[in-house]
Write a new protein. Structure first.
Length: 396
């Protein structure tokens, strides 16, 4: 009996309900009737059918030897979109940021300047210090996501005869700025950062996990936002909706060095075309949808603004990309409990069988984050608002 015949018989005998029942039990929901709207992050999306098809049919080769044609295509595509010479696929944004900064600050006693609310500072386990030996010199993030430039300049230590300080090697800008509500950083601001960097012979790294959201929000080409950057990291599995991966771009010399660093960090993989393929699909099919995500985020923020009588506050004007941060200023309802209520199944007095997943952010028990992506529709947005009203209108 051939292998194909065996597989066909297994598929014919397979009862999908046996597979789905454990999931029903795990999530305590009737999957046939319950709708889940997951707004915790844009990382929660599942691969589209075109992505799955591309993965199944991807041409592959050994990427450590630089022979995977699909990875080569993705790296070249991203480099072209961002106006750089070369690109490098990495499994995660954390590794991509780390590789770039280890390239720029590769000596003992060296530092990079970055925001105190940046993803690298807060959410990456201090990897640039623990693994890269790089001191993270923090500068205050303004509410609009930018760094205070006067403070930035005051913290630059380029070297000289004074041996007390770390040697500053690079400036890191995050765009969009996650912790500041997905704030896009403008080309004009980047011009100012570049002027400072040139004066002090510093490199610029852009953590562009959601760079294309920034470009969409500002209605500019992505390459315009990073024309001064020496390296840029772009995540494929956030707003772009691919299942995995980031691409780091820069000059050919820089990317060659990062290729070596990637290997040392454990990021050298083999037939990665199956991972790169959905990234190519995302750039063609999901990138054009980011504007709709932003529109839904703004619609949501405007709806939340109408809940002021229930102790909820939101700055609608600060919602410029796919994130909404709002606060629940109530003694009887903390953010974590509110999120638990939102995830419970709906009833007859709210959109039926709707579970909405939001994220309680911060430590004060007040802030909730909602992130929009291509798998949250306008109808989803409106129904989540209806459920919010039902929950917020009650006393606890």
């Amino acid at each position: 009996m051939s292998a194909n015949t065996v597989l066909k018989r297994v598929a014919a005998a397979f009862d999908s309900s046996l597979f789905l029942r454990p999931l029903c039990k795990l999530y305590k929901t009737n999957m046939a009737s319950t709708r889940v709207v997951d707004m915790r992050s844009d990382t929660v999306t599942t691969p589209t059918e075109p992505m799955r098809a591309a993965m199944a049919g991807a041409a592959v080769g050994d990427d450590v030897y630089g022979e995977d044609p699909t990875a080569i295509a993705l790296q070249g595509k991203m480099a072209s979109l961002l106006g750089k010479e070369a690109g490098l696929f990495l499994p995660t944004g954390t590794m991509s940021n780390l590789a770039a900064l280890m390239c720029h600050a590769n000596g003992r006693g060296e530092e990079v300047i970055l925001g105190d609310r940046s993803h690298i500072s807060i959410w990456e386990q201090g990897a640039i210090a623990s693994l890269g030996g790089i001191f993270p010199r923090q500068v205050r993030n303004n509410p609009d996501g930018t760094l205070d430039l006067d403070e930035l300049v005051s913290k630059i230590h380029p070297g000289g005869h004074d041996g007390h300080y770390c040697l500053t090697k690079a400036i890191v800008i995050e765009n969009t700025q996650n912790f500041c509500g997905g704030a896009p950083i403008s080309p004009e601001y980047m011009d100012k950062v570049a002027s400072i960097a040139r004066k002090h012979s510093l490199k610029i790294h852009v953590d562009g996990a959601r760079l294309f959201n920034a470009a969409t929000a500002l209605d500019v080409e992505a390459k315009e936002l990073v024309k001064h950057a020496d390296t840029v990291s772009v995540c494929l599995s956030k707003g772009l909706g691919a299942p995995v991966g980031s691409v780091l771009v820069g000059s050919k010399e820089t990317i060659d060095r990062c290729h070596r660093i990637r290997k040392a960090l454990g990021g050298g993989m083999r037939q990665i075309g199956v991972l790169a393929a959905p990234g190519l699909v995302a750039l063609e099919t999901i990138l054009p949808l980011l504007k709709t995500d932003h529109e839904n985020a703004k619609l949501f923020a405007q709806g939340v603004a109408g809940f002021g009588e229930f102790g909820v506050t939101v700055d609608v004007e600060r919602v410029r990309s796919n994130m909404v941060l709002f606060s629940i200023e109530r003694d009887d309802l903390r953010a974590e409990r509110f999120c638990e209520f939102m995830e419970e199944e709906g009833s007859s007095d709210s959109p039926p069988f709707l579970k909405a997943r939001l994220l309680a952010q911060g430590t004060d028990g007040k802030v909730v984050r909602a992130v929009f992506h291509h798998q949250v529709s306008r109808e989803d947005t409106e129904d989540v608002l209806k459920k919010m009203r039902n929950i917020l209108s009650k006393k606890y």
